[in-house]
Design a protein around this ligand. Sequence first.
Ligand code: C5P
Length: 291
Amino acid sequence: MSEGRAAGAAAGGAAATAAAGEAAAIGGPTVGAVATTGTAAAAGAAATSAFWGPDAAQRIIVALDCPPDEARLFAHQLAGRAHWLKVGMTLYYEAGPAIVREFKEQGFKVFVDLKLHDIPHQVRGAAASVVRAGADLLTVHAAGGLAMMQAAAEGARFACEDGEGTRPLVVAITVLTSMDAASLAQTGVARPLDEQALALALLARQAGLDGVVSSPQEAQALRTLLGPAAAIVTPGVRPAGSALDDQSRTATPAEALRAGASHLVIGRPITAATDPAAAFEAIAASLHAGH
Ligand code: C5P
């Protein structure tokens, strides 16, 4: 596995090094670099595809949005294949921090996706709490504002200094991938969706966070904006031909990675498959094949 702090190396240059230092504000398993392939370069995306390469399948995070027993079964089926699992609200609110510890003990990296959004004091405490549970990656809503995101970063840092292990990545939700221009406008945001996502990403960077969660459709612009070391986590990923479910702004796994995503969150295309392990392997193969 090539995860490490060398994210800047593949993209190269002093800017990359500077950005890597910036992303290390929270530290932890900072997104790693894998060699840029000819396929990606041919697509004209060399500058934004530092996460493309033979280890690309390790960038898949499988979202287990289901009850605990089902999640444990998925973990069993995906052991030795998937590197990352995602525990979101559906699972965490029922199983609590114990499920994070359980998956960590099985060797998975765990993304605890609770999308924190509350007053800074509450978010500081919540971030510390999920870090103590063992989260490698956690989320806050950028719409909660600068002070709230800074509080999340502080809480995560505090919990790490208190304990052992590597520091997690703290990333901000920009605009939910289930939203489109019309649903964003309904919330009172007048500017275009992509501008809103970029503005929130800048705010997240100002707060010292490690990156953002966004649609794959904004990944390339975000990669350019945030530099090569930022974590860009993209849900809304759908293999060619699979159901969109409630996602609006989607791309295939290869498209998302090529656009500059560092981590791909994929749930139902794997968990709703008749054979989840085979579905995971098919996506991994599509990444290797580059389509
Ligand atoms: O099943 P599916 O692949 O649509 O799952 C996507 C996962 O990504 C869900 O767990 C959802 O909570 C999460 N997510 C998202 N959009 C965001 C942030 C996270 O869909 N903006």
